[in-house]
Design a protein around this ligand. Structure first.
Ligand SMILES: [Zn+2]
Length: 102
């Protein structure tokens, strides 16, 4: 639980830093008359490309997390103890376990 909170704090910090950087750059570019407020709200081909890449990266991340969870679930006993793939019995509850190839 503590480890997850640490990860969440790091993710929130990264997201905030990225958001502030984008906001800062846009404000600076807007103040230098590099663009108009209409241009900031328009979505063009490069923005769609970045949005698409973000969606693809998020899907890859979800797939990798799911695959890791499935691999860990295969190694867990019904009592939630994490077992070595070569163990035939759970050392916590003593139940018989079929060996997996993982
Ligand atoms: Zn067990």
């Amino acid at each position: 639980m503590k480890r997850n909170l640490g990860r969440l704090a790091v993710l929130v910090a990264w997201g905030t830093a990225i958001g502030l950087t984008v906001l800062d750059y846009n404000l600076w570019f807007y103040s230098c008359q590099g663009c108009s407020s209409i241009a900031l709200s328009e979505t063009d081909i490069p923005e769609y490309g970045f949005l698409g890449l973000t969606v693809v990266a998020a899907l890859i991340l979800v797939f990798l997390k799911w695959r890791r969870k499935v691999a860990l679930d295969r190694r867990r006993c019904d009592c939630d103890a994490l077992l070595d793939p070569n163990w035939g019995y759970c050392p916590v509850c003593g139940s018989f376990r079929q060996k997996t190839s993982a």
